[in-house]
Write a protein that binds this ligand. Structure first.
Ligand SMILES: [Fe+2]
Ligand SMILES: [Fe+2]
Length: 207
């Protein structure tokens, strides 16, 4: 599969990633990459077998592979990269450092993996919280992260996996809704981007 890096081959990207992630996270990343490809084949321009279609598939693969590239950093490494690349953190991110890996992941994908395409970087940026009016690629990486085959089974997963190939915005809505329920259950606050996303995607709710 083609990886859209200006520095590395697919094998080199996989090797670098494997060194930086634990085994579970690496397997998850491969799962997200392949799920993102499948979703792009269903929703993108691939059916027209144009060059654009092929590029979209490579974008989905690249973004899926690297979406969690900053997930397994130590606190020291994370702080070091945040100050080196001047990543500004919101209060929410400071209080819930788990959220930082999305923002920092977009930076490291560029700096450490040679990814230049702003659409790929943006899909990495928004994969955790989602945001309103996501692009096709952003929606796909956001959803693939939730439904990929190695995910722990949740009651809502079969339905989401079933509708997602027909109705992506509805699937995004269901995932956002599920995420809220989960966070509320754990007594954790919800990021403002997720709230805005849920408000926006509510229009795609189906009965
Ligand atoms: Fe993530
Ligand atoms: Fe992930």
């Amino acid at each position: 599969m083609e990886v859209l890096s200006n520095k590395y081959t697919e094998e080199e990207i996989l090797r670098r990633l494997q060194k930086k992630l634990d085994e579970k996270r690496y397997t998850h990343s491969i799962g997200v990459a392949h799920t993102a490809v499948a979703l792009m084949m269903a929703h993108g321009r691939a059916q027209q077998s144009t060059d654009k279609g092929q590029r979209e598939i490579a974008m989905a693969y690249t973004a899926g592979l690297l979406h969690d590239c900053a997930k397994c950093l130590s606190t020291e490494e994370r702080d070091k990269y945040c100050s080196k690349y001047r990543v500004e953190l919101t209060q929410m991110e400071q209080e819930h450092p788990f959220l930082i890996h999305a923002k920092l992941g977009a930076v490291l994908a560029k700096e450490k993996y040679g990814i230049d395409d702003p659409q790929i970087l943006s899909a990495i940026r928004w994969h955790t919280t989602g945001t309103e009016k996501m692009t096709l690629l952003e929606s796909i990486v956001f959803s693939a992260d939730f439904i990929e085959p190695n995910r722990r089974m949740l009651d809502c997963l079969p339905k989401i996996r079933q509708v997602i190939y027909r109705d992506l915005p509805y699937a995004v809505y269901l995932i956002l809704q599920q995420t809220m329920v989960h966070l509320e259950h754990k007594g954790q606050p919800v990021d403002e981007h997720s709230l805005r996303a849920l408000e926006y995607y509510r229009q795609f709710e189906r009965s």
